[in-house]
Ligand binder design. Structure first.
Ligand code: ASP
Length: 334
């Protein structure tokens, strides 16, 4: 399909070609999923892509598309966000999220949530209806209540699979302590964090991320996902959502770093994303992945784990999804 481009403030922007890119977390390895789980995950990714894309086609702003896609994934128990989130060391689900609008530079974020059914909606409310960027814990939940954002009993987030993952992690920690072997983290401590990036028909970008964090995290631990610049970033030419070992993403301001390389060094988006995710982070001992979307419609999916739930949908409205590293994912033409 022919695409039209324009230049705004010196930035090449794709016009009339709404695009949505999502991830459902890095860290999945071949053999982790039953055929049924794999089919369910693919179906959920496609549903999220369609939900977000429908908003873009309807002319809604990109933040609306991002929240629509992420809400679908938060509601699906296969992902480590909303229902199905991983457990903390003390057996709770503690949720983190953030959202950024590339056109205005506005952002909203929340961390340490136990009762907000769809954390991404709270990030949006904080961005649009408060004077703040980030709120945590009880105060954030009080604000959610004031805003009419649904709260649920914390038991809503629990799934047996994630509970068993915590029991396993606790046992491994105990064994490591008993044998005085230094515990290597995070192993399988994460996967299933969700993120979405949207490019609307005017060439404006938005980015969002939502997560339960990492299995066996200490209570109060905050990862990269709710930190603007670490797990989420959007500006006039570039949007990124990360997934992986969050401490490394925070230390490198990973999402911002990718976009800064595009803006300041003029790096192509795919090179900038690959250099940070597959270069800078693994060099320090971290791992994970990210999705990146340029205002020119370029897309990148760098990751260094056995798989990353990922997908995109463009002008023709056909969702493309992939799970493992070995899967081929058709990429958009320019
Ligand atoms: N980055 C998230 C965190 O560290 C985990 C993930 O991506 O799955 O909280």
């Amino acid at each position: 399909m022919e695409r039209s481009f324009g230049v705004r403030d010196g930035v090449l922007v794709a016009l009339d070609s709404p695009t949505l890119v999502i991830h459902g977390g890095a860290g999945v390895e071949p053999g982790d999923l039953t055929p049924q789980e794999e089919a369910d995950v693919r179906q959920a990714l496609e549903a999220a892509l369609r939900a977000g894309h429908a908003k873009l086609l309807a002319g809604s702003p990109p933040v609306e598309a991002v929240t629509a896609a992420i809400t679908v994934l938060e509601d699906d128990p296969h992902f480590n966000a909303g229902r199905g989130a991983v457990f903390t060391h003390d057996g709770r689900n503690e949720l983190d999220t953030s959202l950024m609008d590339g056109a205005t530079g506005k952002a909203g974020a929340a961390a340490g949530l136990h009762r907000v059914k769809n954390p991404i909606l709270l990030a949006r409310a904080i961005m649009e209806h408060s004077n703040h960027v980030m709120m945590v814990g009880d105060g954030a939940e009080m604000f959610a209540k004031e805003q009419g954002i649904p709260l649920v009993n914390p038991a809503y987030f629990r799934t047996e699979k994630r509970w068993q993952a915590l029991q396993k992690a606790l046992q491994e920690e105990k064994n490591a302590q008993a044998s005085r072997v230094p515990l290597v983290l995070p192993g399988k401590a994460y996967f299933g964090t969700v993120g979405a990036l949207a490019l609307d028909a005017q060439g404006h970008l938005a980015a969002g991320t939502s997560t339960g964090g990492m299995t066996n995290k200490r209570y109060g631990r905050v990862g990269d996902s709710p930190i603007i610049g670490a797990g989420t970033w959007a500006d006039a030419r570039c949007a990124v959502s990360g997934t992986g070992w969050g401490e490394f993403y925070i230390r490198n301001a990973a999402a911002h770093e990718i976009c800064a390389r595009v803006r300041l060094a003029g790096d192509p988006l795919a090179k900038a994303a690959d250099d940070v995710i597959n270069g800078v982070i693994p060099k320090q001992g971290g791992d994970g992945g990210a999705i990146a979307l340029g205002a020119d419609g370029s897309i990148a999916f760098p990751f260094n784990t056995g798989g990353m739930y990922r997908g995109w949908i463009g002008a023709d409205g056909v969702p493309h999804v992939a799970i493992y590293k070995t899967d081929t994912l058709a990429m958009p033409g320019r």
